[in-house]
Design a binder for this molecule. Structure first.
Ligand code: ADP
Ligand code: ASP
Ligand code: MG
Length: 458
């Protein structure tokens, strides 16, 4: 049994949907499908609720969503009965979304819990039209909502993780019996339900992670993640057009790359699959015959080279200065505990005799300053911050022990005249990362890519 995940970049119009339909219908293996919302639908919902809206604006959004989904449905499903059932279900779901939006507007309040509920509607709509298309193609496809299926979450609204044990207990028997009835579940990605029964999302682009969670729960043979690119590439092709596809990555390599910003996979996608040794394939909907990238337990070295570079923007550095900050017991604990209690993730840390420097997301800078402000007595003398920071992560199996790679990376960086901030090497045997000013990110990335992949340096 396999899990196949299709993201917004493959679900954008009737033509791309039909390609998706063809890939699914021509594959005889029993499967579970996991879908994102239609492209830009989640963005529209998120930006809509970010401001106070009038009644007619709510009606306009609902009309727009209706038009997008009905027009795709019209292009992919011909059978009148199938189509009518899908239209009825779409209308029911849009009516519920409309009520939720009026609720937000009248209460003038958007709690994290409501934010997650409202965001989940993109996927609740896309599974309906995709299942209708597949039924038309002769696949016995059934739309399934992840919260009703029993994907159970833990942690915060907005960035939940899955409780793998509980999820398996809930969904394994249901999926097995659907497969025995020769049904193909078409499951909403992106969210699950908290133990209290509320919707919680896994963070933006969370459907990759949902698919991995489902693959883990049903002991899938393989997890296929279908994108609009040939696979995991040597760098984001939007930054360096000469990016090449990487045939193989180990779980460690893929985990480091996606954690440190490779937008092609949600940061936590690898973990649930890795727990069960499930192979992950990243493939292109528009070029399905290409091999794509295989992510698997063992590593395949690429003869002295690095495999990929990932980038993250919108970061900030918090520096806590104080005599003995680096060796005094408890300083690091105290700082990280406070940040963690405030929900601030630390991406990297470096200490010296006089300073503890931490890399965090820029959006949490104000919060970090606030929670660290009263640390000053005895522990730190002053806090300094730098925003507009970006991170580059260089990944390749063997990087931790092979000589000369760091020299090539940093020579390429210095030739650009770029200065480096925090550096972290040694924590992972497959990755280094370091920070630069945001304005230098793209040219630094191109310079390193050019050094290792020989691409023309723009
Ligand atoms: P979907 O929404 O369909 O899941 P995404 O748009 O989230 O797909 O991810 C695919 C995009 O990720 C690609 O179009 C590409 O621009 C970007 N990307 C960033 N880094 C990489 C990388 N290293 N390899 C491939 N694609 C990457
Ligand atoms: N629809 C959600 C988003 O846009 C989840 C996903 O696409 O994976 O973030
Ligand atoms: Mg996406």
């Amino acid at each position: 049994m396999k899990v196949m995940k299709f993201g917004g970049s493959s679900l954008k119009d009737s033509d791309s949907m039909l390609l998706v339909g063809g890939i699914i219908a021509s594959d005889p293996e029993p499967k579970v499908l996991v879908l994102s919302a239609v492209q830009s639908v989640t963005d529209s919902i998120v930006s809509f609720v970010s401001e106070h809206r009038k009644d007619e604006e709510i009606q306009n959004l609902i009309e727009r969503l209706k038009t997008i989904h009905l027009s795709i449905l019209g292009g992919v499903a011909k059978d009148m009965t199938t189509k009518q059932q899908a239209v009825n279900l779409l209308m029911e779901r849009l009516a519920k979304l409309e009520k939720v939006l009026y609720g937000i507007s009248y209460l003038e309040e958007l709690t994290p819990r409501t934010m997650d509920l409202v965001q989940s509607f993109g996927e609740r709509l896309s599974v309906v039209i995709t299942a209708a298309m597949l039924q038309d193609l002769g696949v016995n496809a059934i739309p399934v909502d992840a919260d009703e299926l029993g994907i159970t979450t833990e942690g915060n609204y907005g960035n939940a993780t899955a409780d793998l044990k509980e999820t398996r207990r809930n969904i394994h028997p249901k999926i097995r019996s659907m497969i025995e009835r020769q049904e193909t579940p078409v499951v909403t990605g992106f969210f699950g339900r908290t133990p209290e029964g509320h919707v919680a999302v896994f963070g933006r682009n969370g459907s990759d992670y949902s698919a991995s969670v489902i693959a883990n729960a049903i002991d899938a043979r393989v997890l296929e993640i279908w994108k609009d690119v040939d696979g995991f590439m040597s760098v984001d092709p939007r930054i360096v057009k000469e990016a090449v596809t990487i045939p193989n990555l180990s779980y460690d390599e893929a985990a480091e790359l996606s954690y440190f910003g490779a937008k092609v996979l949600h940061p936590r996608t690898v973990e649930p699959a890795r727990e069960k040794n499930i192979i992950i394939k990243v493939k292109n909907v528009f070029e399905p015959d290409k091999e794509g990238t295989t992510i698997e337990p063992c590593s395949v070295e690429m003869g002295g080279a690095i495999k990929s570079i990932s980038c993250m923007k919108n970061l900030a550095i918090v520096k806590a200065y104080g005599a003995g900050a680096g060796y005094k017991t408890g300083v690091m604990y105290e700082i990280s505990q406070r940040l963690s209690d405030a929900g601030v993730n630390i991406y990297s840390a470096a200490t010296s005799q006089t300073c503890v420097a931490l890399l965090i997301e820029k959006k949490y800078l104000g919060m970090a300053k606030k929670v660290l402000a009263d640390l000053k007595r005895g522990i730190v003398d002053r806090i300094e911050t730098v925003d507009d920071i970006a991170l580059l992560c260089v990944v390749g199996e063997g990087l931790g022990y092979r000589k000369g790679i760091a020299a090539r990376v940093f020579t390429a960086v210095s030739k650009e005249g770029v200065s480096v901030g925090l550096i972290s090497a040694g924590a992972s045997m497959v990755a280094y990362h370091f920070t630069v000013n945001s304005k230098d990110l793209e040219r630094t990335t191109r310079a390193i890519h050019s050094e290792f992949f020989g691409a023309r340096h723009e």
